[in-house]
Design a protein around this ligand. Sequence first.
Ligand code: COA
Ligand code: AMP
Length: 634
Amino acid sequence: MSDSLKYKDVYEQSINQPDVFWGKAAQAVQWTKKWDKVLDDGKKPFYLWFAGGELNTCFNALDYHVESGRKDQVAIIYDSPVTNTVKKITYGELLDKVAKFAGVLTGVGVMKGDTVIIYMPMIPEAMMAMLACARIGAVHSVVFGGFAPNELAIRIDDAKPKIIISASCGIEGKKTLAYKPLLDEAINIAVHKPQKSIIYQRPQVKADLIAGRDLDWEELMQTAKAVPSVPVAATDPLYILYTSGTTGKPKGVMRDNGGHAVALKWSMKHIYDIKPGEVFWAASDVGWVVGHSYIVYAPLLYGCTTVLYEGKPVGTPDPGAFWRVISQHGVSVLFTAPTAFRAIKKEDPNGDYLKKYDISCLRYLFLAGERLDPDTYHWASGMLKIPVIDHWWQTETGWPIAANCMGIEQFPIKAGSPTKPVPGYNVQIQDMDGKTLPNGEEGAVVIKLPLPPGCLPTLWKDDKRYLEYVTERPGYYVTGDGGRFDLDGYIYIMGRIDDVINVAGHRLSTGAMEEIVSKHPDVAECAVLGADDQLKGQVPVGFVVLKAGVDRKPEEIVAELVQMVRQELGALACFKEAAVVKALPKTRSGKILRSTMRKIVDGKDYVVPSTIDDPAVLPAIAQSAKIIGYGKKK
Ligand code: COA
Ligand code: AMP
């Protein structure tokens, strides 16, 4: 913790003089051309950070460190209990590989501004592929390996990649999953066809390559020539990352180069209180925003060693996995999702595995991705005896909106709260009419524009959909979360107020699942809701009404629906339960009463809405929920 900084001063300057504040932060980044303006608000509500400036993100993450004395420092520790591998890659070695792979990309025709999809497991080559794209100004879009071919196809059609980079397989706990058949199926489904794909062959599975389209990573690397980084505009896209909205069509969050580099570098010191040269571990997946920001870009931009962990918190091989990694590699800061800690707590409630390791190197545990429930907070802080920091953010923002900023001023922790807005974010609570509410009152959590650097400037090729975030309440970005400030100015995030749910820290859309369920020939209509779950935070639960005349066993239909969601969206959706009901509760205007259904499913008290069409439907829903194991009073 810094003695000289005070949160109040830092925060106020960031809000009142954003250009002075971020202009100063930007000096930590290497620019090939200085910006003309820190903040260009000429096209409100589209804001541009560091307009006129030029830089290269890969240069900042690699070349700069090699040139300034970190050549032999380890950049990546690849720790893969599922393949029994630990491999260390220095900044010098990583730069060599990335510069060569960038040469491979240019060799197959990828140019500045082209898009590239990366569908890879947690192996160093996934990071190399991302950095190589950044090096040549190509825009990457990493798709999480757990997504089914149909979801990959949707992203191919939206991002229109010139090439796709993939691997022969992923290893998920005890399962080895061949990726190539999934990739082939996705390319078949997609309308847009990439020109080439580059496949990294892992020893566990050998992928069959299609002549003329598929190329072998290692073969290409043997003859590749290293290429230098190219300057790109600060406002040029670095990547697209798809995330769930409220419909079946994911949103392509766009990230720029300049604002992203500045914000992430600033966050490492001021939020995470880590120093260059130390080991930072974000136990997530490169397919999620946490992986983009805190496995790949931020630790490397800041000159840290990052851990790339291909394993789970439990089962690979036991609930001591995290403690083993921390002690073996000297991890200073760990960042993961509360679900991971709930999984460890479930298998090792007394911390017997923890006692086997010396983890005195660990200074902080940061948790995000879903609400940190007070039970998990108390368990983790009791076990670890270090600050356990809840922090709140979203794919859209790319870095934390609220946190207890360890590098600025450490506030007393209140369980259930991610503490205070991070400098740069003017967070407010509003009522239904857009009126700002005083501390203590709950409402919609919004952020006054402009958002700080690093947040989404827009959605990929979809300014119109981006505007939905910022025009519903003019002048404010709507986060989609509900919450409140307490009288001490601590924020509490109470959950989504839209149809997005969070399953094991993975953001999913119930709307997307409803679209899949509705395609079943026997289903007339359906509702999918997020139900509270002790391990995963939330899990989806379906209610389906069958078409008139369908006379089949409900359990058969439900099994088919479960299979459909698994096949079309992916196993990660964890859609395992649905009930067949006679009718869904609706308002007289036909709107499904989802929030009332959610309360029923979670066994909470509910008020029968005055607008309900047929109140008799609610007890029937409650009864069906109980049959499938939900709706019990807590
Ligand atoms: N590729 C393919 N399939 C995947 C996958 C991937 N990368 N990731 C998950 N899946 C599959 C799993 O194999 C599982 O399939 P199954 O239904 O056939 O068993 C399903 O998706 C659900 O996976 P998961 O939610 O990981 O459940 P789990 O029971 O295997 O593990 C936890 C439970 C708590 C250990 C796990 O969810 C976890 O590690 N959570 C931490 C989450 C996290 O890091 N989130 C990132 C945000 S910071
Ligand atoms: P994602 O875009 O996948 O990171 O999901 C973002 C959403 O996860 C947020 O809008 C919140 O609903 C939820 N979330 C993330 N972090 C937290 C947190 N610390 N507390 C409460 N909710 C969180």
